[in-house]
Design a protein around this ligand. Structure first.
Ligand SMILES: *[C@@H]1O[C@H](CO)[C@@H](O)[C@H](O)[C@H]1NC(C)=O
Length: 279
């Protein structure tokens, strides 16, 4: 949980994107992700050492929602009406403007652009933009399909992970598989369905030979993980392979040593767990 939280913080604070040394616009800060009904802080740094600022504007999907014109004595700041977020100016000086967007809606997803315009005579313009995705609070667990109660040692096990709730307003999460906590390499994976949704696929299947599960002790835990920015959800199943009944031969032997007996007991216990379906 704490690693998820620090991840959230990292993504919520966003990255300062330096724009370059050419002046006017210095840096842009737009978080990559935010949550519906949450807030996001936007920041635009400018540098007018050679000239004066004529205007600084913010756009969402090319619709202006904030304008600062220092020469407008009666109202240098103009905040456009919008129903996709609640806008506050947090701070402003001769070098930057910081805005807070509250009560975010899913429609607040999109491109945020800061544009600065220098005064007469140059009227040079510089702009920078970044994309922010507004996520709903939960992802919904993915679904693992195709798991049988018990596999035979010669089987090839093929299981598929599908997205849970597939909200159309949200990009598709990335799917990945883990066996006993280790991520499965791409050579065992197959992407199913179209893959055009921001790198997120429709479903992800993976194949493993039952023999490998036998070597791992007869059962492994597989996990499918869906992740989208700071959000993560998972589904877990156990794959069980019927072990050969060789412990009967061992138990039939005479004069078993202590070591063999405890080995026998462990084997029988493992087998009993498998047969009873206890994980
Ligand atoms: C802005 O564009 C993004 C996609 O680029 C879209 O998801 C969002 O709904 C748009 N919002 C508005 C208010 O146009």
């Amino acid at each position: 949980m704490s690693s998820t939280q620090s991840m959230v913080l990292y993504l919520m604070i966003g990255l300062m994107t330096p724009i370059g040394a050419s002046g006017l616009l210095q840096a842009l800060e737009v978080p990559q992700y935010a949550f519906v009904s949450g807030t996001a802080t936007l920041r635009c740094d400018y540098d007018m050492s050679d000239t004066k600022l004529y205007s600084l504007k913010w756009y969402h999907n090319d619709t202006e929602f904030y304008r600062y014109v220092p020469t407008e004595r009666n109202g240098p700041v103009n905040i456009g009406p919008t129903d996709i977020f609640l806008l506050h100016e947090v701070s402003r000086d001769a070098r930057h403007v910081t805005l807070s967007l509250g009560r975010l809606t899913a429609a607040a997803t999109g491109t945020y652009k800061c544009e600065v315009l220098a005064e007469h005579p140059s009227f040079r313009t510089k702009s920078a933009q970044a994309f922010m995705t507004v996520l709903s609070a939960r992802l919904g667990p993915p679904e693992i399909r195709g798991v049988r109660d018990m596999y035979q040692p010669g089987d090839t096990i093929a299981v598929t992970c599908h997205h849970g709730r597939d909200s159309p307003s949200q990009p598709r999460p990335r799917l990945s598989w883990f066996i006993d906590g280790k991520e499965v390499g791409s050579s065992l994976l197959e992407v199913l369905g179209d893959d055009k949704h921001d790198g997120g696929s429709e479903a992800l299947s993976f194949k493993v030979s039952a023999q490998q599960v036998v070597e791992a002790g007869g059962s492994v835990q597989v996990e499918c993980r869906a992740s989208l920015g700071p959000l993560q959800d998972r589904a877990v199943k156990t794959l069980r392979v019927k072990m050969r009944d060789n412990f009967f031969i061992i138990s039939g032997a005479q004069g078993t040593s202590r070591v063999e007996v405890s080995f026998m007991a462990a084997t029988m216990l493992a087998a009993a767990r498998l047969l009873l379906g206890v994980s």
